[in-house]
Design a binder for this molecule. Structure first.
Ligand SMILES: [Zn+2]
Ligand SMILES: [Zn+2]
Length: 207
């Protein structure tokens, strides 16, 4: 229950079966829902659920749904001025160029994940590094626990990193797509193309 990987594993297991298929229904009230719909995080089961508009709205403000469900907000924010030095990136111990971080409220700590052929892998994130990043960038404090993630793509060619706050379901979507395309150690050409177009979309929405 307290394993932060459980959320991602659940998504890995459920995605091929019913994740984001046309004709699905709200997982709370069973109303049919359109292809474009919102999601809830089940805080207790660490699971992501598809929701109709009504159920989604029930759990939008923090605490409205008790501690059980929380709506995944639809906001994208960019942090062009965010400082993440190559040294800090290295100390996050992420072997690939992309990672996302979120506050797991059940564990009371930040979890860091990076994509790969097996889906998402949790990094052994040294907490002092995260504290350093937070201290230098206090605006990151507004990230909502469990439902929003801090998404980073290292750009050593540009001497920095692209940083965004995104809905957590966007991260799961990215991980699911990458898993199918991943080749070799760094993902290969197709994975890089997918990352390029994904980050272009994120940048567009963050405006
Ligand atoms: Zn519903
Ligand atoms: Zn859905």
């Amino acid at each position: 229950m307290s394993d932060p990987l459980a959320v991602l594993q659940r998504i890995r297991e459920t995605r091929p079966r019913r994740w984001e298929r046309a004709g699905e229904s709200c997982e709370l009230c069973c109303e049919p829902i359109p292809e474009e719909h919102g999601h809830l995080v089940d805080i207790e089961a660490r699971n992501l659920m598809c929701a109709c508009r009504g159920c989604y709205l029930l759990f939008t403000s923090e605490g409205a749904g008790g501690a059980h469900f929380r709506s995944v907000p639809d906001r994208y924010r960019s942090f062009p001025g965010l400082e993440l030095s190559p040294l800090q990136w290295d100390s996050l111990q992420v072997p690939v160029s992309v990672a996302f971080f979120f506050l797991n409220s059940s564990l009371g700590r930040v979890a860091a994940f990076y994509p790969g052929p097996a889906g998402a892998t949790e990094s052994e994130l040294p907490l002092d590094t995260w504290e350093e990043v937070l201290e230098a960038n206090p605006e990151l404090d507004s990230i909502q626990p469990d439902v929003e993630a801090f998404l980073v793509r290292a750009r050593p060619d540009r001497g920095g990193a692209d940083c965004f706050v995104v809905p957590i379901d966007a991260c799961y979507e990215l991980v699911g797509h990458l898993r199918r395309l991943w080749r070799g150690f760094d993902g290969g050409r197709e994975a890089h193309d997918l990352l390029d177009s994904f980050f272009a979309r994120v940048r567009e929405r963050a405006r």
